[in-house]
Ligand binder design. Structure first.
Ligand code: NAI
Ligand code: MG
Length: 368
């Protein structure tokens, strides 16, 4: 049979985004060759904070249209908030500029209204929680990715004066809420435990979150086979930490899920492990795959970034493109490597990015 060719655009971005994107591309190429059922054609876009400093923008005016021509987007990380003398002339960019100059416009314009963040304790990795091994923490966080607290509504008045005022308005729409809950229910239904926990804060946020709760109750009726419960976001941090086994699929707003998924990553061993998929479930536009971590200026340029989150994100991309077996194979290869103790410093290991990457490539040959 002829193999399918997928056009993938990579945006390495800043800091360790560059290191881990290079590692992910190497692993994806290896996977394609060994699997023999698909091929990748990579195109790289240098839309970084360095470029922003040089020319005043991240992506060109037709940047979003350029992205629409690809089958998927692989993203590293963007952000360069600090000035670091020994990393050359690169200067700092405020975080709201980098976020709104690149990643948020892509998520918004390409209909990527779901952000999926799986977390589990991989073989060979130690959770900071005691008695929490593989199987004890196995979650999928479904994050609303298009509105809520990151809708961009608001403004500043009297900005230059001591009576400056700024508003940040959360937007919750019936369409936005219904579609994220339906996706979360489908996700829960596809997993063995068929269990969905909805995160809210309707005690204090008495408009948007009350609508959120109301629609959840409505949609629950469409999925009688899925077991549901409801948590306030503050109490949720306690449950995640003390009773990780009681959770399976989790759905939360843009901001709440952003925070909870960093906690989830830390509880499963390191923020360097965790993947995320920005999905357009309608498949009208390309979806985007990226590790959840940022550009990590403190370790950038040292070759020691953990590439596992990048590999796991690559596996999710392969899965989204329809190659379940290859995706599972890549995950098995990753876990064989972590189990063998070939790990970066954030996981208390001694290997660098390149060593872990080569080890995963070697395992792919054995597993597939
Ligand atoms: P960060 O995730 O870059 O780093 C937090 C800590 O985790 C640092 O100590 C870092 O060394 C460590 N870390 C992160 N990824 C790692 C990896 N793969 N291997 C080993 N250690 C790792 O978050 P931070 O410092 O808050 O943000 C830095 C910049 O990244 C900011 O400009 C921020 O806005 C941006 N950022 C961008 C994201 C994106 O592009 N989607 C997501 C999160 C942050
Ligand atoms: Mg985050």
């Amino acid at each position: 049979t002829k193999s399918r060719v997928f056009k993938i655009v990579t945006i390495p971005g800043d800091g360790i985004g560059v290191d881990i994107t290079e590692a992910a591309v190497a692993v994806l190429q290896k996977l394609a060759v060994v699997s023999g059922t698909f091929e990748f054609e990579f195109t790289e876009k240098d839309w970084s904070s360095k470029k922003y400093q040089e020319r005043g923008y991240y992506m060109p005016e037709d940047g979003l249209d350029q992205l629409k021509k690809f089958d998927a987007i692989y993203f590293g990380a963007v952000g360069w908030p600090v000035r670091i003398a020994d990393l050359g002339p690169r200067t700092d960019v405020p975080d709201h500029i980098s976020l709104w100059g690149l990643i948020l416009p892509i998520r918004n314009a390409l209909g990527q209204y779901v952000n999926v963040r799986p977390t589990r304790v991989l073989r060979g990795i130690t959770s900071p929680l005691k008695d929490c091994g593989p199987g004890d923490l196995d979650w999928v966080i479904v994050r609303e990715n298009s509105e809520g607290e990151y809708a961009g509504h608001g403004g500043t008045t009297h900005g230059a004066f001591s009576h400056a005022v700024a508003t940040e308005v959360s937007i919750f729409t019936r369409v936005g809420i219904e579609r994220i809950f339906r996706f979360a229910f489908e996700t829960a239904r596809s997993r063995p435990r068929k269990k969905l926990t909805m995160v809210t804060k309707s005690n204090a946020q008495r408009h948007g979150m009350v609508l959120w709760d109301k629609i959840f109750t409505e949609i629950t009726k469409e999925y009688p086979d899925v077991e549901t419960d409801k948590m306030l976001v503050d109490a949720m941090t306690v449950r995640m930490t003390l009773h990780p086994k009681t959770l399976d699929t989790i759905v939360a707003t843009n901001l709440h899920a952003d925070i909870l998924s960093d906690l989830a990553a830390a509880l499963s061993g390191s923020i360097g492990i965790a993947p995320s998929s920005n999905l357009d479930p309608m498949r009208e536009f390309p979806s985007m795959f990226e590790p959840i971590h940022g550009s990590a200026p403190d370790i950038a340029g040292k070759g020691i970034a953990n590439p596992i989150g990048a590999f796991w994100s690559a596996a999710e991309m392969v899965r989204w493109l329809g190659f379940t077996e290859a995706a599972d194979g890549l995950m098995a290869a990753i876990e064989n490597v972590t189990e063998a103790g070939i790990k970066t410093k954030d996981l208390a290991g001694a290997s660098d990015t390149q060593t872990v990457t080569e080890a995963v490539c070697k395992e792919i040959e054995k597993v597939l």
